[in-house]
Design a protein around this ligand. Structure first.
Ligand code: BT5
Length: 268
């Protein structure tokens, strides 16, 4: 079946403002048709103490990035590319909790708006039909030993067509429209994500931990996996995660490692 033609119009910010039912997340919306990286703009705003919940969003990024300086690819007007400014009452070692609540919020919103069940791949990927549909890049600003601000950068493939993906991504990446076989308006999806983020962030600030729910949505657990970071590659049984999202890996020699970051390959 040929891929469907999908809607790739610029984001309708007036529609977002009309639909959005949050009290602070996304209420200060900073829109760019084209920008280098929304995370960079958000960092500058956070350093100038922009309001909590300020959202920088773009229809196109010329220097969108993932972890370790990797490129985030997105055709214009096809995706959600955004960075949220938060000042959480957390220690730097707990900041992964923000990635956790945002990935859960995206799972909730995709279910609500597109009726699809997304999964989370440790530590920061969103999957649909086993392929990467989104990624989160949480960056921290420190003041001494404390968190001064956090920027949660979210890239979500909404109406990206298969033929728009560069060759090296075609087998491993997908979009909501590809899985659903039809495009979806980005504005209601964006609003649903922000509403779920706000609810979850309010609970996080009250001391709730998202770990148990997050673990239940992880595609990674209970599987034999390979985890690579720039220093080493380990293989083992993904046993569980702790409150701060660290992964417990049981190695073949019986020892257990606690991993904070890395790239996971699900084996067999
Ligand atoms: C991520 O990094 O997955 C985090 C991506 C965050 C992007 C957002 S967009 C808004 C905000 N502003 C930014 O500049 N960044 C954030 P990582 O886990 O390191 O994955 C990066 C890898 O994902 C790349 O090396 C590619 O293999 C793959 N990739 C790149 N673009 C993709 C896409 N559109 N869909 C699926 N996979 C992609």
């Amino acid at each position: 079946m040929p891929p469907p033609q999908v809607e790739q119009a610029p984001l309708d910010c007036a529609r977002v403002k009309a639909l959005l039912k949050t009290s602070y997340v996304g209420q200060n919306l900073v829109y760019y048709a084209r920008i280098g990286s929304t995370n960079d703009i958000a960092r500058d705003l956070a350093q100038a103490r922009a309001a909590e919940g300020t959202l920088v969003i773009a229809d196109e990024q010329t220097a969108g990035r993932g972890r370790l300086g990797r490129q985030w690819f997105s055709p214009p007007n096809s995706s959600l590319l955004m960075s949220l400014i938060l000042y959480p009452p957390l220690a730097p070692s707990q900041a992964q909790r923000l990635t956790m609540i945002c990935s859960l919020a995206i799972v909730n919103a995709i279910q609500e708006i597109a009726q699809l069940q997304a999964q989370i791949k440790w530590p920061n990927d969103l999957l649909l039909a086993g392929k990467k549909t989104g990624g989160i890049l949480t960056e921290l600003g420190l003041h001494g030993q404390s968190l001064a601000y956090t920027i949660v950068g979210i890239g979500l493939n909404v109406n990206v067509r298969a033929e728009q993906m560069p060759g090296f991504l075609r087998d491993i990446a997908t979009s909501i429209a590809q899985v659903r076989h039809r495009p979806i308006a980005r504005e209601p999806l964006l609003c649903a994500i922000l509403e779920h983020v706000e609810r979850r962030y309010d609970r996080l600030r009250q001391g709730e931990t998202p770990a148990e729910e997050w673990a239940a949505h992880l595609a990674t657990l209970g599987k034999w996996v390979r985890v690579s970071d720039p220093r080493e590659t380990l293989e083992g049984w993904a046993e569980g995660v702790d409150e701060d999202g660290a992964l417990f890996l049981r190695l073949a020699d019986g020892s257990r490692r606690r991993l904070l970051a890395g790239d996971v390959t699900l084996m067999g």
